[in-house]
Design a binder for this molecule. Structure first.
Ligand code: S3P
Length: 431
């Protein structure tokens, strides 16, 4: 197991690019595979999670190659997927298991999806139930609530109207992908807006899809035509370095070519409300996704109250938002975020316990966290746990930049699930 050692920083400075967006990378591989086109994906995120998606698709007979830095996917349609002779192992990737379950429900063979301890402990009834209502033959461990999942592919899925009780882009995407192969239309209503990368990519490939905030409708009457994709930088990865620059005096960071899809950018609005100097430059659209450069400067921050309906928009950024809140004057409240307990780790409990060890004044609530910030915060030296969760490990690394001594983050190789070059960029911009 790998540990990461971090000491206090004097300044964070530089011009960087962060790796490709994780959500868009998964979708580029999966959606291209079900077209009958050859698609070149530029800036694909070759992280452990996304490599799992590629491996799963390869086990289904899809030809995928890495040529130079590009990923080439030779789509031949779902009808040419082959029954896998092994279990499809998704590792730590919730996106792989949930999106692939939607596609595999519409094949004509048997498949088994399984992951690591964390994935096999995460709720799968949220996809098993609605897929079953569409006619899928899908079964899971623990009374149909957990992976491993067994799927007997069914050609006769039926479109359905789904009213989901949670807002999850993984669930919505799973049902949208199944809906592509169903008889009739599939409609999905969610309580709040979640990321819309699947909808945007399907639209870019010519699907008959209507989407607007909490609503998505797929009408499966058109053939998808794959087109080349450039994956913008991942805003979730960019946020670690944005916060690093906000925390440390005299800092400035310019992050080029970052995805600024509005279903993902509430974190920037939140930072601005907290008093951050953030400048969005050079906005353009690339394959149906908005992209920009983000420049940030050291800023004294004030606390914020996060509204419940914004939680799905910042779900992956809450750990790093807690870091910013630790130095924001006043009390920051994050409530209505129960979903955090079902991520790669129980993030509410992980943030509370490890931040406390470093001296942050933080209180765990059942559905969130309350943090009393201090602009003069200096964190204690010590040893903290990542719980095998990449976002906890990276957030702790950024918080440790405020240390008076040395902080050791245990089990930090989990960072490779989403951001393999994190440690390298970290070293290059932190003085
Ligand atoms: C993702 C959706 C979110 C997010 C995850 C990626 C996606 O999960 O936390 O990191 O790519 O669709 P939920 O759908 O479970 O909220």
């Amino acid at each position: 197991m790998n540990n990461m050692e971090v000491c206090g920083a004097n300044r964070v400075y530089g011009e960087i690019r962060v790796p490709g967006d994780k959500s868009i990378s998964h979708r580029s591989a999966i959606i291209s595979s079900i077209t009958r086109s050859t698609v070149t994906v530029e800036n694909f995120l070759f992280s452990e999670d996304c490599i799992r998606t590629i491996e799963v698709l390869k086990k289904l007979g899809v030809r995928i190659e890495k040529i130079g830095e590009n990923l080439i996917i030779c789509g031949e349609g779902i009808e040419n997927f082959k029954e896998p002779s092994e279990i499809l192992d998704v590792g730590n990737s919730g996106t792989t298991i949930r999106l692939m379950a939607g596609v595999l429900s519409a094949t004509n063979f048997l498949s088994v999806l399984s992951g690591d301890k964390s994935v096999n402990n995460r709720p799968m009834d949220r996809i098993i139930k609605p897929l079953t209502e569409m006619g899928a033959k899908i079964f899971g461990r623990a009374n149909n609530t957990r992976a491993p999942i067994v799927i007997f592919g069914n050609h006769n899925l039926e479109g359905k109207v789904h009213h989901l009780s949670i807002s999850s882009a993984q669930v919505k995407s799973c049902l949208t992908l199944a809906g592509l192969f169903a008889k009739g239309e599939t409609e999905i209503y969610q309580p709040e807006v979640s990321r819309d990368h699947t909808e945007r990519m399907l639209e870019y490939f010519g699907a008959n899809i209507i989407y607007d905030g909490k609503y998505t409708k797929i009408i499966p009457d058109r053939e998808l035509v794959g087109k080349n994709i450039y994956v913008p930088g991942d805003i979730s990865s960019a946020t670690y370095f944005i916060v690093a620059s906000l925390l440390i005096k005299d800092s400035r960071i310019l992050i080029k070519d970052v995805g600024i899809n509005p279903t993902r950018t509430y974190i920037l609005d939140a930072f601005k409300k907290m008093g951050a100097d953030i400048r969005i430059k050079n906005i353009r659209t690339v394959n149906n996704e908005p992209v920009a450069d983000i420049e940030t400067f050291y800023s004294p921050l004030s606390s914020i109250e996060i509204e419940k309906e914004k939680i799905p928009n910042i779900i992956d950024e809450i750990p790093i938002l807690c870091v910013a809140s630790a130095v924001a004057q006043g009390v920051t409240t994050i409530r209505g975020a129960m979903e955090l307990r079902y991520k790669e780790s129980d993030r509410i409990s992980a943030i509370a316990s490890e931040f406390k060890k470093l001296g942050v004044n933080i209180e765990e609530k059942e559905d969130g966290l309350v943090i009393e910030g201090n602009r003069k915060l200096r964190v204690r030296e010590g040893v903290v746990q990542s719980f095998g969760d990449h976002r906890i490990a990276m957030s702790l690394a950024i918080l440790s930049l405020l240390s008076t001594g040395r902080v050791t983050i245990l089990d930090s190789e989990c960072i490779n699930t989403s951001f393999p070059s994190f440690k390298y960029i970290f070293k290059s911009v932190i003085n």
